[in-house]
Design a protein around this ligand. Structure first.
Ligand code: G3P
Ligand code: CA
Length: 268
């Protein structure tokens, strides 16, 4: 369905559950994926880091301290960086009780576990490669896991997967290694630089706080790396007022911890 706003008639934006339904379940856990599914949201966003022994895991921060009980389990290993722990050590951590006692026992999922749950739920994934500068080669690792788990076939590539990063080099690397995979750049490049980004990305995904209708219009004038209109997915939009504002700009997607609130605000 379309609506007419200052940006002219446009489709309802896609609502993307940020770190899963993270206002209601611990971020980046399978519980947050499942809750987004039960709430009716097809798209989930996640964050990928790499362990000491080369496993990709889904967690937001480069330290495990905020969202797990790592400080109690491994008290001597400050600052508890993901890259300094093995996958087995991380798998033993509780990633749910910080959020609420009902989530005790939730784990930090591996990327493999995560994509398999998203697939099981028939959901779609906006995958963020986090801090690529501290994980050389993480793009190749990410693509390998996705390929092994069946996420790089034509159907998934066309309909179910976008890979994004704040690192322009990382996004470009993904595009070079798998030109068929859709990508997003996290940030707000100057309008004059947008054509350069459009060569390797399909989405410009800026914070909503400084977003303007003019900026969205400037992005929309361009075609992305796969020849379709360059898209804008903005984050992290958690209130009805903010959602209505960016919807008025004609954004393509809204990344939110509160997908229910955003859906109510932008539903046609
Ligand atoms: O998907 C956009 C958003 O996740 C980027 O910021 O810090 O929440 O990963 P952050
Ligand atoms: Ca993210």
């Amino acid at each position: 369905a379309q609506t007419a706003t200052a940006a002219g008639p446009h489709d309802e934006p896609t609502v993307i559950a940020h770190r899963g339904a993270s206002a209601y379940a611990p971020e980046n856990t399978l519980a947050a994926v499942d809750l987004a599914d039960r709430m009716g949201f097809a798209w989930v966003e996640n964050d990928v880091h790499r362990t000491k022994d080369g496993e990709l895991v889904v967690v937001h921060d480069d330290s495990l301290a905020r969202t797990t009980n790592v400080e109690q389990v491994f008290p001597g290993r400050s600052p508890w960086k993901v890259k300094d722990f093995t996958a087995a050590e991380i798998a033993a951590l509780d990633a749910g009780s910080w959020f609420g006692p009902q989530f005790t026992g939730a784990r930090v999922p591996t990327l493999k576990q995560y994509v398999n749950r998203v697939e099981h739920n028939r959901q779609k994934l906006l995958l963020e490669i986090k801090k690529p500068e501290i994980y050389p080669g993480i793009e190749k690792d990410t693509l390998r896991v996705l390929r092994e788990e069946g996420w790089l076939n034509r159907h998934h590539v066309k309909h179910k997967l976008v890979i994004q990063s704040f690192g322009a080099d990382s996004v470009e690397t993904v595009h070079e290694q798998r030109p068929d995979v859709r990508t997003g750049f996290l940030g707000t490049p100057p309008v004059a630089d947008l054509p350069k980004y459009a060569e390797f990305t399909d989405q410009i995904n800026p914070t909503h706080t400084s977003l303007t209708a003019d900026y969205v219009a400037a992005v929309h004038k361009l075609k992305g790396a796969h020849g379709k209109r360059l898209q804008v997915n903005t984050w992290t939009v958690n209130t009805a007022a903010a959602a209505a504002r960016v919807d008025g700009f004609g954004v393509d997607g809204i990344i939110t911890n509160n997908p229910d609130i955003v859906r109510d605000a932008v539903g046609r």
